[in-house]
Ligand binder design. Structure first.
Ligand code: SF4
Ligand SMILES: [Zn+2]
Length: 350
């Protein structure tokens, strides 16, 4: 069984309590940012599509223990409006001599036809296929929606070599997936989806989650390193280490408010990037620090946060290992080390 019933019950209760304050009217959001393509520096245009949200979060299993994206999704999406807005945004933003990645995020799964009907998946991609400057198209999906059929539909509209499917694996450890995140799928499902995607000629990016609930920072570091090696073995060439930020209306948020959870230290992320790039020099390593330097995101003592966030951001954009050799010093380094030991001991005592 892929879920822990007790955990799912608690999460569902929290979800239902918070769904009442769900917004009903979010429009398409988009912005431009710097990006690293496999071929070098580029721009990315990121779209957050106002779909009705992740089917797993809407299911009676409550979704993932760390995720509150659903509260921002409207209940009645207008797909014709979404396609029109994407068309207008691309027209206004795409420059002749620039290279682009287009990221189509839904806070769920692009390939889930309950979230985006297949005809609109196609319509959206048609808008993108117009531009030769677009070298990469990134969509997100849970593994259960990735099949030869769902990919074949897309390959009729776009050059499938440009497609990257980002899968929120979070961890390769099935115990963590089941008892901490309530992910609803296992490593084996991810592996199968990777094979289907690569066989079809597209690529996979794996999201790994740093420091899920009930897992100490030390253990999560070890888990990420082990997960990276398994993910690389499965044929994935890009990983994104997603450092937790605490979403409201989640089990994680409840733990945080009861002082039973501290978001990760930036020192851990810095050293993780270093270790992964040392072990896997050819791997594209992205480290996304949402809400970095704040109480609900990865943070250190406050005085060294900015420097470390900037180093990690620069490393993500350039993939230049030398950036990680910069000498950053702060008195909180020792505090972090002793925190790792004490937190691990207190979680083992539970
Ligand atoms: S983390 Fe992803 S799979 Fe889990 S509930 Fe959120 S959107 Fe759905
Ligand atoms: Zn510090």
């Amino acid at each position: 069984m892929k879920i822990n019933k007790n955990l799912a019950e608690i999460i569902t209760q929290i979800r239902n309590d918070n769904l009442e304050s769900r917004s009903h009217s979010r429009d398409l959001v988009h912005w431009e940012e710097d990006h690293r393509l496999r071929s070098g520096a580029a721009k990315a245009i990121v779209f957050i599509l106002p779909t009705k949200g992740c089917s797993w979060a809407l299911s009676n299993s409550g979704g993932c223990s760390i995720c509150g994206y659903l509260y921002d999704n409207p209940q009645h999406p207008d797909f014709e409006k979404i396609v029109k807005s994407i068309r207008g945004a691309l027209k206004g933003k795409i420059q002749k001599d620039e290279k682009y990645s287009i990221k189509l995020f839904t806070s769920g799964s692009f390939l889930d036809k309950k979230e985006i009907p297949t005809e609109f998946q196609v319509e959206i991609l048609k808008e993108i296929a117009i531009y030769n400057q677009i070298e990469e198209i990134v969509i997100e999906s849970r593994p259960e929606y990735i099949s030869s059929n769902t990919i074949a539909v897309l390959s009729e509209v776009i050059n499938i070599n440009k497609l990257e499917i980002a899968i929120g694996l979070e961890s390769s450890n099935n115990e963590i997936l089941r008892n901490s995140i309530n992910k609803g799928f296992y490593w084996e499902d991810f592996e199968k989806a990777v094979k289907i995607t690569i066989d079809a000629g597209a690529r996979v990016k794996a999201y790994l989650l740093f420091k899920p609930p009930f897992v100490s920072e030390y253990d999560s570091t070890k888990d990420i390193l082990y997960s990276v090696s398994k993910v690389v073995e499965s044929g994935v060439d890009t990983i994104s280490i997603n450092s937790i930020s605490i979403h409201r209306g989640t089990l994680l948020s409840d733990l945080f408010e009861k002082n039973q959870y501290r978001p990760p230290w930036l020192w851990s992320l810095f050293l993780l990037c270093k270790e992964i790039k040392t072990q896997f020099p050819d791997l594209r390593v992205i480290c996304d620090i949402v809400a970095g330097g704040t109480k609900r995101g990865a943070h250190n003592c406050g005085s060294c946060d900015k420097d470390l966030i900037e180093i990690i951001r620069e490393f993500t954009l350039t993939q230049d290992f030398n950036i990680l050799n910069k000498d950053v010093q702060c008195s909180c380094y020792n505090e972090w080390k002793s925190y790792l030991i004490h937190e691990k001991l207190s979680i083992s005592d539970l």
